[in-house]
Ligand binder design. Structure first.
Ligand code: TH1
Length: 812
């Protein structure tokens, strides 16, 4: 028999295997077959949706073969597996990603051309899988794709939320939230696994049984698995994203039903399903609700049971666990994995407590994504003791053991009536990592100072990255084609090859091609904004983009203040040769974050006034696009000239949007925060508009009395901009509408918007001047692309594999 993809094939399944090698073969026939036999439609009556489902099934078939092959290889090699536990996976659309990685794009386009169907529209019909808030969830999605591209055997584990992040619209400039209903349509990519079902308990009592204990929960739900294959570049490898859905153990109360109480009869099912019903819409802020803790335990406990079941199927010595299993905790959301794994090893498998802790520690590692105090998870002992009584005791014992091993230890996981999940994660992990060089150093100096002293080798840095398949190859086909033409296509999974573009900068044809790609992307975006949003913008203007969650530390209000000041200055002096600009905003505010929602409304109000001003309108437009999500990012980033990365220094752990912009040839205006520092180092300081205080200066500035008032008094532009807001220039019917914003900025101004304003203005005018010299600008933009190769998530994942997981690649 022949060997294809590492598997021996017989004549029977030869066709399947050939398709695995040459996926474009028979694509059109397969689409039609799927349309008929899976969707149940003939081509004459098929809607866009029907075509999309048919295409997705045809593509999915081509993944499944590789998926099986990857699983089989992992078993054959006895390879170590990596498990990435995350509350969030912000995947976006899956179809185009799969088509790109299987290199089916041309075949699919051709097939639909022959069928007379608009292929682009079929792709756009897919809803985003928005099972995440922002950077943390999107990072998890990039990591999954890189793990598959690299061929590292891995599973993502998370929650199959019925409703992902809410849909955002504006009414009268205000954010309105509507539930996201992505699962109402048939979700083609997942496979239900009713056989992988675990019962997860809550509450109840703990019975002592000698040295061990038996936990008897009073409440229980089933966790049911749904698997989505994640295929890597060129389809060489496919891993699994396994998401857990909650369902009732006793789904239906027949007795109640027979008594005629139909609502009560269905109640157990509704209650159980609550656990996987919605994603908490808070990014980097901690609501600390009981349901959230239940979600965390639910998916963590189910994942650990599944991991041990898979381990047991291959090995009979549990002491091999750290050699065969690496579990990464994506922030503290799955931190209960520490005590739960100890419980499984100690209470259920009878290991000595100390050995159970050592094995768990050898298996677990933890990524910290933020130092913001409000985002560091702490659970009250009361709540935790009620919901997870056994874990509460085990946490106490973990603390005691750690104190015995480290007598000088000061802090503890359990302190002041609360469980500090960061401390717990640190103590239960063999490695703890930050997500940018600056953030990792700040971890050592601030939040984890004591623990770092005790364990100086535990904290390591793994600067974030983004997958070049989605964030260049597929979202920016014009630039990708240009790059491939210049240096071949090896860059796609070896992004540092982009450095080979640099010598091409002396080639006028290449530079012109680069400028032309950007211009065409901007024209596309302008047309889309004109059609879908009734907004007319000039594609020759600088596209200045800030897209991210709305948060005071990210300082969208600094950006809009600068827009107001610019508007005022243009009005006063309309003929001063202004470089035309379009300021584009996108982002959602947590529904309970009142201040952030006010910022959204202010931006919309400013946009209304500024865009209607005939004097300034040739020079300045302000646009807030609703419902920012992964798909909108894919549209905006390739068309951006200027990337706004303006957080208060020390607050943004890394940022990942900053990397996507630089990769796509936008220049950054930014502070020395998060990965901006490393981006600037690599692209060169002359190709980056730096402004603002450093993290150290920020801390000192806060000690200066009336720092905001002083900054305002020293800067007339800032003073006038604030005055305009206060006097109702943007809310004529309600002068006080933004009183809380202006009061905050003039008073505490914790995020130092006023103190950084003057330098931000200076950097913006520098950007204006640079943009006027379009040849020089293009050169800087191209250098950003050429020097962004290091920010591939492939590099990040290799770092985790080598320094944290001790895991290898099985790619041929
Ligand atoms: C983000 C960080 O804010 C961002 O700087 C970083 O690039 C990204 O993670 C990936 O590392 C975070 N998102 C969350 C979300 C929650 C809690 C903490 C963080 S930190 C819910």
């Amino acid at each position: 028999p022949d060997k294809v993809c590492g598997i021996y094939v017989t004549a029977n399944n030869r066709n399947i295997m050939l398709r695995a090698q040459m996926p474009h073969i028979g694509l059109r026939e397969d689409i039609l077959r799927q349309l008929a036999y899976v969707v149940g439609k003939d081509p004459e009556h098929a809607t866009l949706y029907d075509w999309r489902i048919a295409l997705s099934h045809a593509v999915r078939e081509r993944i499944v073969d590789r998926w099986f092959a990857s699983t089989r290889r992992t078993y054959e090699e006895g390879a170590k597996r990596v498990y990435y536990l995350s509350m969030e996976f912000l995947i976006g659309r899956l179809l185009e990603d799969a088509i790109t990685n299987l290199r089916l794009d041309e075949a699919a386009e051709l097939a639909f051309r022959e069928l007379g169907i608009d292929y682009a529209a079929v792709l756009l019909d897919e809803p985003d899988a928005a099972l995440g808030n922002g950077g943390l969830g999107r990072l998890a999605a990039c990591f999954l794709e890189s793990l598959s591209t690299i061929g590292c055997p891995a599973y993502g584990y998370g929650i199959r939320y019925e409703h992902g992040l809410f849909r955002q619209s504006f009414e009268d400039g205000r954010q309105v939230e509507a539930p996201e209903t992505w699962l109402l349509q048939h979700h083609v990519w997942e496979f239900e696994r009713p056989e992988a079902m675990f019962q997860i308990g809550f509450g109840g009592e703990v019975r002592e049984a000698g040295a061990r204990a038996v936990w008897e929960p009073t409440e229980a739900v089933f966790a049911e698995a749904y698997d989505t294959p994640i295929v890597g570049w060129q389809g060489r490898w496919a891993n699994t994203l396994r998401l857990w859905s909650a369902r009732a153990v006793d789904p239906f109360d027949l007795e109640r039903f027979n008594l005629g109480d139909y609502v009560a009869a269905a109640a157990p099912e509704a209650l159980a399903r609550t656990i996987s019903r919605v994603l908490y819409p808070d990014d980097t802020t901690e609501p600390g609700k009981e349901l959230r803790l239940k979600q965390e335990f639910f998916f963590t406990a189910a994942s650990l049971r599944d991991i041990l079941r898979r381990f047991d199927s291959e090995y009979d010595d549990i002491r091999k666990l750290p050699a065969k299993v690496a579990i990464q905790l994506n922030d503290t959301h799955p931190a209960i994995a520490g005590p739960e794994l100890v419980r499984l090893l100690h209470d259920e498998r009878g290991l000595e407590f100390d050995e159970a802790v050592a094995l768990a520690r050898g298996t677990l590692s933890y990524t910290n994504h933020t130092l913001l105090p409000e985002a560091l998870e702490k659970w009250s002992e009361g709540l935790m003791g009620r919901l997870l009584p056994r874990h509460m005791t085990l946490i106490e014992r973990i603390d005691a053991l750690h104190a015995r091993e480290n007598p000088t230890r000061k802090a503890a996981a359990r302190a002041n009536g609360q469980v500090n999940m960061g401390e717990l994660s640190f103590v239960m992990a063999h490695k703890v990592n930050g997500v940018s060089a600056l953030h990792t150093e700040l971890m050592k100096a601030t939040v984890f100072e004591d623990l770092h002293q005790l364990h100086p080798d535990r904290i390591v840095n793994q600067t974030n990255g983004v997958t070049p398949r989605r964030w260049l190859l597929s979202c920016n086909p014009r630039l990708s084609a240009l790059v491939t033409e210049a240096i071949g296509e090896d860059w796609v999974d070896d992004l540092e090859q982009l450095a080979r573009l640099e010598p091409r900068l002396s080639d006028a044809g290449f530079v012109e091609g680069f400028a032309a790609a950007k211009r065409a992307n901007k024209v596309d975006l302008s047309n889309w904004m004109a059609q879908g949003h009734d907004l007319l913008v000039d594609p020759e203007a600088m596209f200045d983009v800030q897209i991210k969650r709305i948060h005071e530390y990210k300082r969208q209000h600094l950006n809009i203040l600068e827009a107001i000041a610019l508007w005022q200055e243009i009005r006063a002096n309309p003929d001063a040769g202004w470089a035309p600009r379009v300021k584009i905003f996108g982002g959602k505010a947590a529904p309970g974050y009142v201040f952030a929602k006010k910022i959204i409304r202010l931006i919309n109000d400013v946009a209304r006034v500024v865009n209607a001003d005939p004097v300034t309108s040739p020079h300045l437009k302000v646009v807030f696009l609703p419902n920012y999500n992964v798909s909108l990012a894919e549209r905006l980033i390739p068309a951006a000239d200027l990337s706004e990365q303006i957080s208060t220094a020390g607050k943004e752990a890394s940022g990942t949007g900053n990397m996507k912009f630089a990769l796509n040839g936008a220049l950054t205006i930014g502070t020395l925060d998060g990965a901006n520092v490393e981006i600037r180092e690599r692209v060169g300081e002359e190709n980056f508009f730096l402004f603002g205080m450093t993290a150290d200066e920020v801390v000192n500035r806060r000690d200066i009395a009336n720092h905001a008032a002083k900054a305002i008094a020293a800067d007339t532009r800032l003073e006038l901009a604030l005055k305009a807001i206060r006097e109702g220039a943007f809310s004529p019917k309600e002068r006080d509408r933004y009183r809380d914003i202006t009061d905050n900025l003039a008073g505490p101004d914790y995020f130092l918007v006023c103190s950084d304003f003057a330098d931000y203005w200076r950097a913006q005018r520098e950007a204006d001047a640079a943009y006027r010299d379009s040849a020089a600008w293009t050169r800087k933009a191209a250098l950003n692309t050429a020097r962004s190769g290091w920010f591939s998530s492939d590099r990040t994942i290799r770092g985790y594999m080598g320094e944290i997981w001790n895991a290898g690649s099985l790619n041929p």
